[in-house]
Design a protein around this ligand. Structure first.
Ligand SMILES: [Zn+2]
Length: 270
């Protein structure tokens, strides 16, 4: 299974969550919410070869943690993946959208300077603002919009910009989420849990617990769930290759490879 957005460090027993990933063999992108959490969360996955740890700066924390931006900029050269980053325009965070946008700008600039990164992006209530920023920073890399909840028009714009999407059980439970999934190019879709924030019937989704999302992909693509999983596996290999290429680019200080691979990602999908 592929869980491309999971907060391993925020489960009540992070060590047990990491061990679960190691034993299951699931591919997990372990996202962080502050740059200070990155090194410790990286250690959690030290013996779990299929877990990658993303350097994050959560928009809901921007107004309290903006002093950590220089740390983000110092660490981004070491991180293959970035996230959770983005903007939150929900009622509780809308007042802080100004500081969030300044932080997001700096993060995208830092990713671009590093040669481009694969980024997992939060866009709740702020899809237009997120897409505006991504449009202005194509050098920042490949964007994976996680749990996208915008309109169909915003989705079409994201697709045209080359965005990818990660889709979880909580998103596809509702009709709107399934309709959005049906409109995403299937070669740019990954699965996620967003655990422990997202919940299943028995409580928080555990890392890798994406079965309902795989089934939903099969249903909207009108193929067997095993075939849907094959497509998702192929997508993961594609984006993993892009992430590896970005790190090589930053190590050799070559110009951004992500800018050229991005046009490939933009080609119309199925
Ligand atoms: Zn999240």
């Amino acid at each position: 299974m592929i869980d491309f957005h999971c907060h391993l460090d925020l489960y009540p027993d992070p060590g047990a969550s990491a061990a679960r990933c190691r034993d299951s063999g699931d591919y997990v992108l372990s996202v962080t919410t502050t740059p200070r959490a990155w090194r410790g969360t990286l250690k959690l996955a030290a013996d779990a070869p299929r877990v990658r740890t993303a350097l994050g700066f959560h928009p809901q924390l921007a107004h309290e943690r903006h002093a950590e931006l220089p740390l983000f900029e110092a660490l981004v050269g070491e991180a293959r993946y970035v996230g959770e980053i983005g903007l939150d325009g929900g009622p509780e965070y809308r007042a802080h959208l100004g500081v969030q946008m300044r932080c997001f700008e700096r993060i995208l600039t830092a990713c671009g300077r590093a040669g481009g990164r694969v980024m997992t992006i939060h866009s709740r209530g702020a899809a237009d603002e997120v897409l505006d920023a991504l449009e202005q920073h194509p050098e920042a890399g490949i964007s994976v919009l996680h749990w996208f909840s915008g309109t169909r028009k915003q989705l079409d714009r994201a697709v045209a910009l080359g965005c990818w999407f990660s889709v979880g059980p909580a998103m596809v439970r509702g009709m709107k989420g399934r309709q959005l999934l049906a409109s995403m190019p299937r070669n740019r879709v990954l699965t996620e849990t967003d655990g422990p924030f997202a919940r299943g019937v028995d409580g928080p989704l555990m890392p890798g617990e994406v079965g309902l999302a795989v089934a939903a992909c099969g249903a909207v693509w009108r193929i067997d769930p095993r075939e849907a999983q094959n497509q998702l596996d192929l997508n993961l290999r594609t984006i993993g290759g892009l992430a590896d290429a970005s790190l090589v680019a930053s190590e050799t200080r070559a110009p951004s490879v992500m800018a050229s691979t991005r046009s490939a990602a933009r080609s119309p999908g199925k």
